[in-house]
Design a protein around this ligand. Structure first.
Ligand SMILES: [Zn+2]
Ligand SMILES: [Zn+2]
Length: 418
């Protein structure tokens, strides 16, 4: 079939011919440099084995004791979800929900859905709704933040080092292994192999020179033969995602989310994110004062990590998004490839800002020793989590193909390039 040898870039919309992939090879878009395909050996078998291992580790990480804190003979033991319950009890349910989703639900669901997809595939069967199930695996992937949570554990442990002794439990070791296994599973999974197993109803392949539409999820290319008013309401025949030429109202949505994030950035940084009571002394910490504390304790590498992740990255995200949105709003033509690169940076670094939220969650769970020592989350943390989530959503609503649209008109008719 003609359309099997073609691929359409999700970042610049260019239709191009795909040479066969050799072992270990990588295919990049000729125009914007986006990663199009990567060869992954024994993809299905490896991913299935890693997914099974991941599920066992997931149960262990949640079931076994996670971290314990010992101070003046008192021991406070926690498991992975303890912080979420404590935040919820303190009335910070939005924050609790964000932490629960990113550190437990999203990775767990992702593993479970992968198993539901891979086991039937391995047995040579395709259950009903297979494409839709696999689509959810892709949707959930960016929201799993166990690696960021692990960094949060490291920062919390250093913060508590002078105060108390931290005892790692079996759950923590399982969690650390789970991060590696999940990363390996994601790296070995070749979505194209999974998608290619789904039989498609007979359809007309796009003709040379005909404008085409690519599914943002499974990357199936369809001819763009619909009347303009129906273009945004058609579903992909393979994965069920709604097909659209550009993400709907991309500029308006991204701008609204960005404005909201920028407004909340102020209380997120000015208000305290947590309050520590230690032997009668009460201390409130903002994001910045937390980083300064680490610096004063001589932990400058960690202070740098916290400063970059919590202060520099959110600001950088806001500035990059504002620049990209302005460049499209006013139709700037310069440096399309570099602006696409900026967009990729945005996608890559966004999640690491959650680290301080996880630090608060872990400290709230661990430090609950009544009058001796106690940590309570403060409103700044909720504002900060909202900034991170809003900027992540803004980046996701932004359509990088808009950067290339000025050119698109000139070479539309999408000639395949090699
Ligand atoms: Zn491209
Ligand atoms: Zn699709």
């Amino acid at each position: 079939m003609v359309h099997d040898a073609l691929t359409q870039c999700l970042e610049c919309d260019l239709l191009q011919r795909m040479p066969p992939l050799g072992p270990g090879s990588i295919l990049r878009c000729v125009r914007c440099g986006a990663l199009l395909r990567r060869h992954r050996p024994a993809s299905l078998d490896r991913t299935l084995a890693l997914t099974l291992a991941g599920l066992i580790l997931f149960v262990a990480a949640n079931g076994f004791p996670f971290l314990a804190l010992e101070m003046r003979g008192q021991v406070q033991a926690t498991n992975l979800a303890s912080g979420v319950f404590d935040l919820y009890r303190e009335g910070m349910w939005g924050l609790a929900g964000a932490v629960l989703f990113t550190s437990i639900l999203a990775p767990g669901l992702q593993l479970f859905l992968l198993l539901l997809v891979l086991v039937p595939l391995w047995r040579g069967r395709l259950p009903a709704g297979f494409g839709r199930l696999f689509r959810q695996v892709k949707t959930l992937a960016p929201w799993g933040m166990m690696d960021v949570f692990m960094l949060g554990i490291l920062v919390s442990t250093v913060k508590l080092a002078d105060l108390a002794e931290i005892i790692p439990g079996a759950g923590l070791y399982a969690f650390a292994l789970l991060i590696l296994v999940l990363a390996a599973a994601q790296a070995s999974l070749d979505p194209d192999i999974v998608w290619s197993r789904i039989p498609l109803p007979p359809r007309r392949p796009p003709q040379p020179g005909e404008p085409t539409l690519v599914c943002h999820c499974c990357e199936l290319i369809s001819p763009w033969n619909l009347p303009p008013d129906a273009r945004d309401r058609r579903r992909c025949p393979r994965c069920g995602a709604i097909l659209h030429h550009r993400k709907p109202r991309s500029l308006q949505r991204a701008t609204a989310l960005l404005v909201a994030a920028t407004i909340l950035y102020l209380p997120a940084n000015l208000l305290p994110i947590m309050q520590t009571t230690s032997l009668g002394q009460v201390q409130s910490d903002t994001i910045l004062s937390g980083a300064i504390y680490l610096l004063q304790s001589g932990m400058w590498p960690l202070a740098l990590v916290v400063f970059v992740a919590s202060i520099f990255v959110p600001l950088l995200k806001i500035l990059i998004l504002a620049l990209l949105l302005a460049s499209i709003r006013w139709g700037w033509n310069w440096r399309r490839r570099d602006r696409t690169r900026l967009y990729r940076i945005l996608e890559l670094v966004g999640r690491w800002s959650m680290v301080d939220i996880f630090v608060v969650t872990i400290l709230v769970a661990l430090v609950q020793l009544g009058n001796i020592a106690n940590v309570v989350a403060q409103p700044g943390a909720a504002f900060f989590a909202a900034v991170v989530v809003l900027t992540l959503l803004a980046a996701r609503s932004f359509d990088p193909r808009l950067i290339w649209d000025g050119r698109q008109e000139r070479d539309h008719g999408a000639r395949p390039r090699t």
